[in-house]
Design a protein around this ligand. Structure first.
Ligand code: 7MF
Ligand code: ZN
Length: 878
């Protein structure tokens, strides 16, 4: 290694802040070359600090310091010391005013952290540690401050000037400049600070809270997007109502603003009263956005809005507690989306994501607990483990407590900790107290990494008429955690009789009888449960609703799975049985490509397709085959090509066998009459397009014709993209024409153009890598726009495994080139891209060598960022 290894930060080293900042008055003078930031901070020693008094440390990075004073007296150079990541001032009083002036360059900020420019607009992103790139501050979440922000800028270029809180004044100050002052009455950590300046238009609405307060709602966008905000506004109002009804939480300021920004590292940000969004999660019209986009917007708007209570009013003590706000808020947004659309399908989507990404993370070199105990760069810990597994942990708590006690527990949490910066332990304490439960063992879910495995077996005793279910739990070792303790796991089970009906359950030694689903509580490595009064050998339905984020191992026969697929009363379990069966078939057919399908499977799919009462949304999920990367995770060693061929062949086989039924459902599902985004319409389109996908697998003229027709009808972006991606997979003559047509039509719309890049990156054609490399030189490709990078590079490397992992390693070289190029501009995005190569140990020796060589190439660069260093080195270490 050419550089000093960056140092890790440890949870065990946490100490309270030595100083607190009660009040911050900021003034931003936005100029074309630079921005001047004037700051006046009211600082006092923290009575809770145990450290020796006198030395104040302020974070600050890349600040050009112009002035620094305490209580009005300028500091002499001997009185302070500027270090790489901050400033130390020796011998400060118990309580004082610190004033400073710095100059920063938002125009040159390509990392998109701190204050930066996106197009002509100024905006900020401060979570987790971006505020220190704006001004000197104690930039940690347990320092909560009341902010006043004054913004001065040219009025013609930047007519709209926004910050957190309520507006205090707005005036012209001469020379074409104006000044707006914002005041946020709620103390908040610096990571929730926000500022926006630009030529923006807005739509406006209002919401009356349950207690009768009227809130002004505004969504700000660039002028050309003003016709794409209605769905976001509707989603916001639904979110506000949902949080009142389900958690008793009202909004607290007079105004709530959302701003859509084109250059944004992540999805969105919950800054107090001024949420800033990646425009992808705001802008939508039927012609430009797919059903998935509409649902994504609804979910992200809800997520950011919900943070106002779970994140802002109650925040995190330190960044190890990130899941305190993220896990809880994801659980809340998942439940909101379940209530807005199809609950069953939402659960399937969430579980699919968890299994595909979180299980993979949890078994790889970056495995970490929901509450990590160490990090090098906190930006690398905004992970699926912290977010999605964190949400599962809260979901398990709500299941263990039951809905009534869970509500009491969240009420207690909000009441007890409002205005505080707390820990996941504080949260669990509220759950335990209000739920009257001992959760000491449950807390291991926060500290122990790895996906637990449940080995389950059942034994039927015909003479005694009972069924014994035995469950063994174990968690594989993860980096730094060789030994694992048993967890407290809610395990929902049911038993089906031979007619496929639920058997009322009676457990030995327990008076509660009659329920058809029981939540068993596992606490030991091995436990048995005896069900009484069972008249015939039952088929167990296990882990109903995915009651815990675990891997279930039970020796079902193919016939059992088909039985559960057809009969289980739990929709999730019906889907899961189908997935397990299909996964088995796909994996078996890698080595036995001619292996016949289990008897009755094709007929079962055929019946489901033609059943007029079928739940279309669920059926679409059942017909969606497990992804290639998920299938790879189920193998000892990933067979990239074998998986691809097996999956393609099964699709084709099913398409041949079920051609008539697929065509029937396809025609029946075509758009007739008006378009809407009601759940029933989304389900119809989704099933229809799944059918088209199977038909296209036949690669015959008729089905290709259907795709081309559907593209040309162009009813809505869902149907257009479904058709275009199928044509993009093919060698059809129309392929080039349609792609060119799409480009011509949507050249001016960044978000739609992202889809054009993605559809080409995901093509299964042989020449895809070549095409992707060509597209990186396209005039519309931009390495500085995160959405564009994700739409091309991210899509190719994460969702086109057979092309990314091509045997000569060209895919790995391509990714590495992009990572090194990006790292100089935007380390956060670079590090996210590099993650896509960290699971090299799962592949054959030749691919392992190729990937490792590229990871070493990254680490050999002396100037590599902390973000990329952490990912690269951890992946090579393990
Ligand atoms: C829904 O969590 C779910 C997750 C941090 C940035 C948004 O509100 C956030 C921010 C990252 C990764 C995922 C999400 C967010 C961030 C996100 C968004 C919507 N506090 Br990084
Ligand atoms: Zn969040």
């Amino acid at each position: 290694m050419l550089r000093d290894a960056p140092k890790a930060i440890y949870l065990k080293d946490y100490t309270p802040p030595e100083y607190l900042i009660d009040k911050a008055d900021l003034r931003f003078d936005l100029q074309e070359e630079q921005t001047l930031v004037f700051s006046r901070l009211e600082i006092r020693r923290n009575p809770g600090s145990t450290a020796a008094a006198g030395v104040l440390y302020l974070h600050g990075e890349g600040l050009d310091s112009r002035a620094l004073s305490i209580n009005g007296r300028s500091l002499t150079p001997e009185e302070y010391q500027v270090e790489a990541e901050g400033l130390s001032i020796s011998s400060v009083p118990e309580r004082f005013i610190l004033e400073s002036e710095v100059s920063i360059r938002p125009q040159e900020n390509s990392a998109l952290e701190g204050l930066y420019k996106s197009g002509t607009m100024f905006c900020t992103q401060c979570e987790a540690e971006g505020f220190r790139k704006i001004t000197w501050f104690i930039d940690r979440p347990d320092v909560m401050t009341r902010f006043t922000t004054s913004i001065v800028a040219d009025k013609a270029r930047y007519p709209v000037l926004l910050s957190n809180g309520n507006i205090q004044s707005s005036e012209n100050i001469g020379e074409g400049r104006h000044q707006v002052v914002w005041n946020d009455p709620f103390p908040k950590p610096s990571y929730l600070f926000a500022l926006v300046a630009g030529n923006l238009r807005h739509i406006e609405d209002s919401y009356t809270t349950a207690s009768g307060r009227e809130i002004l709602l505004r969504i700000y966008v660039e002028p050309e997007n003003i016709d794409k905000c209605d769905h976001a506004m509707r989603s916001l109002k639904y979110s506000m109502a949902w949080d009142e009804q389900n958690y008793g939480r009202e909004y607290d300021l007079d105004i709530f603003m959302i701003v859509a920004v084109n250059d944004f590292n992540m999805g969105a940000m919950e800054n107090k009263g001024l949420n800033i969004f990646n425009s992808k999660f705001v802008l939508a019209r039927p012609e430009t956005a797919t059903d998935r986009d509409f649902q994504g917007i609804e979910g992200v708007i809800a997520h950011e809005y919900f943070h106002n209570w779970t994140g802002n009013r109650i925040t995190c003590r330190d960044w190890f507690q990130l899941s305190l706000k993220e896990g809880l808020t994801v659980f809340r947004d998942q439940e909101f989306s379940a209530d807005m659309g199809s609950r069953g399908v939402k659960r399937i989507e969430d579980v699919r994501l968890l299994r595909a990404h979180q299980f993979a993370e949890d078994s790889g070199p970056m495995a970490h607990p929901v509450r990590p105990d160490a990090y090098i760069e906190i930006n690398n810990f905004y992970t699926v483990t912290v977010y999605e597994k964190g949400a599962e942990v809260v979901r398990m708590l709500s299941l263990l407590l039951g809905s009534e006690a869970y509500r009491k527990a969240t009420d207690l949490y909000f009441q007890r900790h409002d205005g505080e910066a707390v820990t996941t332990d504080d949260f669990v304490r509220c759950m335990a107290q209000a739920g009257g439960r001992d959760l000491a063992q449950f807390k291991r879910w926060y500290s122990q990494a790895g996906t637990p495995e449940l080995r389950v077996s059942g034994e039927y005793d015909a003479t005694a008429g009972n069924y014994l279910l035995t469950v063994e739990q174990s968690t594989p070792a993860t980096p730094g955690q060789p030994v694992k303790q048993p967890l407290h796991i809610p395990f929902a089970v049911g038993l089906l009789n031979r007619q496929g009906r639920d058997i009322p359950l009676r457990l030995e030694g327990d008076s509660l009888a009659g329920a058809t689903t029981r939540v068993l509580e596992l606490r030991e490595s091995r436990q048995s449960f005896r069900f009484l009064d069972i008249a015939e050998h039952p088929i167990p339905s296990l882990l109903r609703g995915f009651s815990a984020p675990v891997k279930l191992i039970f020796e079902y026969s193919d016939a059992d799975l088909m039985f559960l697929m057809a009969n289980d009363s739990d929709g999730f379990s019906r889907w899961d049985a189908a997935q397990i069966l299909v996964q088995r078939i796909l994996l078996r057919r890698i080595s036995e490509p001619e292996e016949a399908l289990p008897d009755g499977l094709v007929e079962a799919f055929g019946r489901a397709l033609t059943d007029p009462d079928a739940d279309k949304a669920l059926l679409a999920e059942v017909l969606t085959l497990p992804s290639e990367s998920y299938l790879g995770d189920q193998m000892e060693e990933v067979d990239v090509d074998g998986i691809h061929q097996s999956r393609e062949a099964l699709k084709q086989l099913l398409a041949r066998e079920l051609r008539a039924e697929l065509l029937q459902v396809y025609y029946a599902g075509r758009e007739q009459g008006g378009y809407d985004i009601e759940p029933a319409s989304i389900a119809r389109r989704s099933l229809k397009n799944i059918c088209l996908g199977y038909l296209a697998q036949l690669q015959d003229e008729e089905s290709l014709g259907l795709c081309v027709d559907q593209y040309r009808q162009g009813h809505n972006m869902t149907d257009v993209m479904a058709a275009l991606s199928l044509v993009a997979d093919s060698d059809a003559d129309e392929r080039g024409h349609l792609l060119a047509d799409f480009y011509q039509r949507w050249q001016g719309d960044q978000l739609v153009l992202d889809k054009w890049f993605t559809v080409q990156a995901l093509s299964r054609r042989q020449d895809t890598l070549e095409q992707v490399e060509r597209l990186t030189r396209h005039p519309d490709f931009s390495i500085t726009n995160p959405n564009r990078v994700r739409s091309l590079v991210g899509a190719f490397c994460s969702a086109n495994p057979v092309r990314f992992h091509q045997a000569d390693g060209a895919g790995y070289r391509f990714l590495t080139d992009r990572v090194l190029e990006l790292d100089r501009l935007n380390p956060q995005v670079a590090s996210r891209m590099l993650r896509l190569m960290t699971r090299w140990q799962r592949y054959d020796q030749s691919r392992q060598n190729l990937m490792r060589a590229q990871l070493q190439r990254v680490l050999a660069v002396a100037s590599v960022s902390r973000d990329v260093y952490e990912i690269g080195s951890k992946s090579l270490e393990s």
